[in-house]
Design a protein around this ligand. Structure first.
Ligand code: NAP
Length: 429
């Protein structure tokens, strides 16, 4: 068995997970890859930091040049996160003829084209399975197993932090802030939770999945984004009354060469498998024109699950069983596909208002909606004999534009105090 030397950039959550898997599964990995993997360098930022795993001083470094200039290192595994340093180090490593494995969704969502071009020029392999949904092998699924299909839809729960928060709010009835605090205490959410809670993380992952699935380069700026900060326990309770569970979904659909791309809290029928994906788990539903519907479920984060995807990529490189052309789909002859403005998207909607509980108000609301081609399926009103009452209803399929126009008028009605929430419903048709 030949030896191969690799370097890991970053020794945090995922970096240490990779280290543990390489050690724990050494025998199996050797058998499957035909190589004995030796980690000869690990790049960190704070060289003197106390670490749970001790590695020899010769291995740890805070100087990237030690890795780039070492010709014996064949694979560089980027797990430092962030954008500028990570991108620069990967480019330099490729220029030095090293293969790359990364878990960095931020860099892939923004600069994949540029990076894959360099990989092609330098004839090195570039893998990024862990960048979407951690341990779930979604990239391989799209790039290999499903290549016989035209992918029509991808709908996923791809952010563990927000799924944890929404699950806790739904199951335990705690508030958004309490659930966020719990997520932070458990290490699921960052001190600054913006990237997760406001939907950015899910947008990066959707951009990567949609680009691969639809053979186009999806600019993440074209993805409609709405986070979960404004979801209240009242909405969760009202949704439940209508038979729905609220989840943050990443949705990509293609119809007639046009793309629908959005990340937002969504009412999912409570009987649908996605409604029952709880805690930090992720799940992705894919609809292919040959295979039909397919769902992947698993851990979207964590040291070992993410490490599993990373080490799988390392082994793929060693086996060299997939050529770079698999990913260069994103390089050349890309189809241009129009992204539909979210205002034009047709959905069923859930709307909650605060009204004065007076006779006739419901009729006035229904009249305005009807004039704008919006029809109501079902209404729920909290009969608590208070003057101000929440009124929630769900509509048949309408465009967001028609909903917005109606609500502008409804807002002006004497007995309507405020519009509290507008959420989309996914009917999975
Ligand atoms: N955590 C997950 O479950 C998960 C899941 C999927 C994907 N990912 C992705 O995996 C990557 C790593 O995430 P993580 O959770 O492992 O991060 P982390 O725990 O914060 O670890 C980052 C590591 O990189 C080092 N580092 C940071 N910036 C550096 C720089 N400029 N130069 C040199 N070293 C630097 C840090 O060094 P020190 O230790 O010295 O501070 C640390 O060891 C990210 O791209 C993330 O999006 C993570």
């Amino acid at each position: 068995v030949e030896k191969v030397k690799i370097a890991i950039l970053g020794f945090g959550n995922v970096g240490t997970g990779v280290w543990k898997i390489l050690k724990e599964n050494k025998k199996e990995i050797m058998k499957r890859s035909n190589y004995e993997i030796e980690v000869t360098k690990i790049l960190v930022k704070h060289i003197d930091k106390r670490r749970d795993i001790t590695v020899s001083n010769e291995i740890l470094t805070d100087n990237i040049d030690d890795i780039i200039n070492d010709e014996s290192i064949k694979i560089v595994v980027e797990l430092i996160g962030g954008k500028d340093d990570a991108k620069e180090y990967m480019i330099r490593a490729m220029r030095a003829k090293k293969h790359i494995v990364t878990a960095n969704k931020l860099v892939i969502a923004n600069w994949s084209k540029e990076l894959f071009k360099i990989a092609e020029q330098e004839n090195v392999l570039f893998y990024y399975e862990a960048s979407v949904a951690g341990g779930i092998p979604i990239i391989r699924e799209i790039n290999e197993s499903l290549t016989a299909n035209r992918i029509e839809q991808i709908i996923g729960i791809v952010n563990g932090t927000t799924n944890y928060i929404l699950s806790k709010m739904t199951i335990d009835g705690i508030s958004f802030h309490e659930a966020l605090k719990e997520a932070q205490e458990k290490g699921y959410a960052e001190a600054d939770p913006t990237s997760d809670v406001d939907g950015f993380d899910a947008v990066y992952k959707l951009a990567i999945m949609a680009s691969l699935s639809f053979g186009t380069k999806v600019d993440q700026a074209c993805i409609y984004r709405e986070g979960i900060r404004n979801i209240s326990n009242i909405d969760i309770a009202c949704a439940k009354k209508f038979g729905y569970t609220i989840k943050l979904l990443a949705i990509a659909k293609e119809e007639n060469h046009k793309l629908e791309l959005r990340v937002h809290p969504t009412l999912v029928p409570s009987t649908h498998p996605l409604a029952n994906v709880n805690d930090v788990f992720n799940a992705i539903l894919i609809k292919g024109n040959a295979v039909g519907e397919l769902m992947l479920y698993g851990k979207g984060a964590g040291d070992l699950p993410t490490g599993s995807a990373v080490v799988g990529d390392i082994i793929s490189i060693l086996r060299n069983n997939v050529k770079p052309s698999d990913i260069s789909d994103l390089n050349d002859d890309l189809d241009f596909k129009e992204v539909i403005n979210s205002e034009e998207n047709q959905s069923e909607f859930y709307i909650r208002l605060n009204i004065n509980d007076k006779a006739g108000v419901l009729g006035d609301i229904a009249t305005i909606l009807g004039k704008n081609d919006v029809s109501i399926i079902s209404v729920t009103k909290d009969v608590n004999h208070q003057a101000k009452a929440p009124l929630a209803f769900i509509t048949h399929k309408s465009s967001e534009k028609n909903i917005t126009i109606s609500l502008e008028k409804i807002k002006l009605l004497e007995n309507v105090n405020s519009i509290e929430s507008i959420l989309r419903i996914e009917s999975f048709d």
